[in-house]
Design a protein around this ligand. Structure first.
Ligand code: MSP
Length: 672
């Protein structure tokens, strides 16, 4: 049964369900990270709204009819239904299951309730004169399943995708869209938020100005589709069928009252190439049905490979499951959500994904957690201290910023600025890392007079991490819980309000764990055996063989090859404190052409090391790398900078290579 007047009349006080949709994808092939991009973005919005206390209906699904699918099925030697069943099963599990897409309904255009809705709508519009029968003479783009008139073609090809079009001449039903042109234009003008971002709105306004023709909405000679009621020689045009999925999924045909409480959609996410379908054809169908229009249609940009759109037909598609297998679901989700400002096009490269993992996830977030828990272990016997009165201004910094970020994330998410929301969270994470440097808890720990200060610093850090765990919940799946586990928190996150600073009680027993994200070698695997073959303890200034070393070590110990060095006992070797560290910052030392100033996290704190490797490495490429640090060298001043250690590297002739663990290790790990 389809929604009738009685249903419209029924009134309920219930808060409207927050209704969110993705496009329904063609199951003509396996999907790629372009599809994952839209779907994961929608998932983040859905999770945010659930956390925010909204009842959410999040719908995704598949667009299964049409000539293109029929052809693919024939090529595969299957019936269309068997063919799509196989692909749809894969999309649901493992694809969306692995990416943790929390849809509430997966709609298929072959679902019985959808077929009922499509036929009902068709009949209603036919009865009321918005659909009529005529003859279609024009062009058809098969890959896009789109009709075009001669005048809209570009160089005789499809204006959307540039591929060849075929001539079609057949009896057809038409949707009388032309008559809605003015009304549609007025609607867009009077609803500035309907089409987003604003650039897409302008495109649609000029499209409308170029004239709106009636749309052919049926085809003959094709059996894979929903038949026109009472005229089965025609099947309904796949786009007309597909757009109506949004009505079906909201319960249009169901007598339950769900529809009244759900309609209209709050956000419809689509890729920019199908904005026209969603902001002209689709709303005109709704106008004809006398239904409210969606609040917002957001046309996001494309993931590109080089300069071209990633797509199955171009053969440059990247498989999301392969990436998850390699990097984990949270890293892939983080990348998709953070890398490209939502709305713009963005280039996909695996290097940029790896860089995000190292810098944002392993370094900034991972380090904050490992440093905080390490210090609570060391300076507070493994329990988060309770907060004392925060007497110092500097200790207000994180609570104040957390309040700002709370609102910033909320605001960004309401405006669908997902990447911006994540950047807000990172303001807090980076400020917390800086706060560690500024407050230097290891110094406070030396003087009992600073006990309360130390407690406050440790509390602020742990509480910031708790807040971060809540704020990251819409985006990442396992990480928030991992953070909380290490902080000794077990209760699941239920509400966005838990991201308000100050809810940690103190006394929680922390449980240090694995690093949150393993750090990746951005430059391919290095062979650690180099340390042994060249035996080089690299002075920070390798070019200057006879000069005093920046770290104060004895000059003249550099050598190449083997056999020229006197023997030492293991006791002597063990005097050298070698530790794994991670380079967090690197910058050129002005007026010293061989030197870089590095900030290296050693598991406990950031150290400054001045190193003479500038001829071999750019500052930018070092960030995120693991290195082996000689940790117990006496500090020396070099070009006015105190250098607190030395890096291990192999060298041979002009070659020089920093030594790193072959798989990532927690910072502070002993090298022996
Ligand atoms: N079936 C239609 C949509 C009907 S909706 C009523 C369709 N399907 S599709 O399989 O081609 O999926 C297109 C959508 O997938 C895009 O609008 C976008 O959401 C997503 N993407 C596919 N490739 C993409 C990129 N390279 N980059 C970003 N998103 C991409 O069109």
């Amino acid at each position: 049964m389809v929604a009738n007047d009685d249903q419209w009349g029924a009134h309920t006080q219930k808060k409207k369900t927050w209704y969110l949709t993705t496009p329904i994808y063609y199951p003509s092939d396996n999907l790629h990270i372009g599809h994952a991009y839209t779907t994961v973005a929608a998932d983040a919005l859905a999770r945010f709204h659930r956390l925010y206390g909204d009842e959410v209906l999040f719908v995704t699904g598949t667009d299964e009819h049409g000539q293109k699918i029929a052809q693919k099925a024939a090529e595969a030697g299957k019936t269309p239904k068997d063919f799509v069943d196989g692909i749809v099963a894969f999309i649901q599990d493992p694809l969306w299951k692995t990416l943790k897409v929390s849809y509430d309904r997966f709609i298929r255009t072959t679902d019985a309730d959808h077929i009922e809705v499509v036929q009902h709508v068709f009949k209603q519009l036919l009865d009321q004169g918005d659909i009529y029968k005529g003859t279609y003479e024009g062009w058809y783009c098969l890959p896009d399943e789109t009709f075009w008139t001669e005048s809209k073609l570009v160089d005789g090809k499809c204006p959307d995708c540039g591929r060849p079009v075929e001539r079609v001449s057949q009896e057809s039903y038409f949707f009388a869209m032309g008559r809605y042109q003015q009304r549609m234009k007025e609607y867009i003008l009077s609803h500035p938020h309907f089409i987003q971002p604003p650039s897409r709105r302008n495109e649609m306004l000029s499209f409308l100005d170029s004239g709106l023709e009636d749309l052919s909405i049926s085809r003959t000679g094709l059996s894979w589709g929903i038949p026109v009621p009472d005229d089965p020689a025609h099947v309904i045009y796949v786009w007309f069928d597909a757009l109506l999925n949004y009505l079906t999924a909201a319960g249009y045909s169901s007598p339950s009252g769900q529809f009244e409480n759900t309609w209209p959609p709050d956000v419809q996410l689509v890729g920019k190439e199908i904005v026209r379908f969603h902001t002209i054809i689709w709303p005109i169908i709704l106008m004809a049905l006398n239904l409210p229009l969606p609040e917002r249609v957001f046309g996001h940009g494309w993931l590109l490979i080089g300069d071209t759109k990633m797509s199955k037909s171009r053969g440059n598609a990247v498989d999301p499951l392969e990436l998850v297998e390699k990097y984990g679901v949270d890293a892939v989700r983080y990348y998709l959500l953070r890398e490209v400002p939502f709305g713009a096009d963005g280039n996909y490269t695996e290097e940029s994904l790896r860089l995000r993992i190292n810098v944002d996830l392993a370094n900034d977030l991972g380090n904050l957690l490992s440093r905080t828990t390490a210090m609570i272990n060391r300076f507070a016997e493994g329990r988060i201290p309770s907060l004392h009165t925060q007497r110092r201004e500097i200790d207000r910094l994180l609570p104040d910023l957390a309040a700002e970020v709370y609102e910033g994330v909320e605001n960004a998410m309401h405006h669908l600025l997902i990447s911006d929301a994540i950047q807000q969270v990172y303001r807090l994470i980076r400020a917390a890392n800086k706060y560690i440097e500024d407050r230097a808890p290891w110094k406070l720990a030396k003087d009992p007079a600073f006990r309360e200060d130390l407690d406050n610093v440790l509390y602020n850090l742990a509480e910031t991490l708790r807040v971060v765990s809540v704020l990251l919940t819409p985006f990442l799946i396992d990480t928030p819980d991992k953070i909380r586990k290490q902080l000794g928190l077990t209760a699941p996150i239920k509400s966005y309000r838990e991201a308000i600073f100050g809810q940690l009680k103190g006394g929680e027993e922390i449980a240090r764990g694995e690093p949150l994200f393993p750090r990746l070698d951005l430059h391919g695997d290095k062979d650690g055996s180099e340390v042994l073959t060249t035996g080089a303890l690299l002075p920070n200034n390798p070019g200057a063989k006879a000069e005093p070393k920046p770290d104060g070590g004895t000059p003249g110990t550099e050598r190449e090859g083997t056999g020229t060095v006197e023997e030492i006992g293991i006791d002597e070797f063990q005097k050298i404190d070698l530790r794994v560290g991670t380079i967090r910052h690197a910058e050129v030392v002005p007026s010293a052409d061989r030197l870089l100033k590095l900030t290296i996290f050693d598991g406990e704190r950031d150290r400054t090391v001045v190193s003479g490797i500038r001829a071999h490495y750019d500052a930018g490429e070092l960030i995120g790398r693991q290195v082996v640090l000689v940790a117990n060298l006496k500090p020396v001043k070099l070009r006015g900078i105190v250098s607190e250690g030395m890096l291990l590297a192999g060298s041979h002739g002009d070659l020089l290579s920093l030594i790193a663990p072959s798989t990532p290790l927690p910072e502070g790990a002993r090298v022996k």
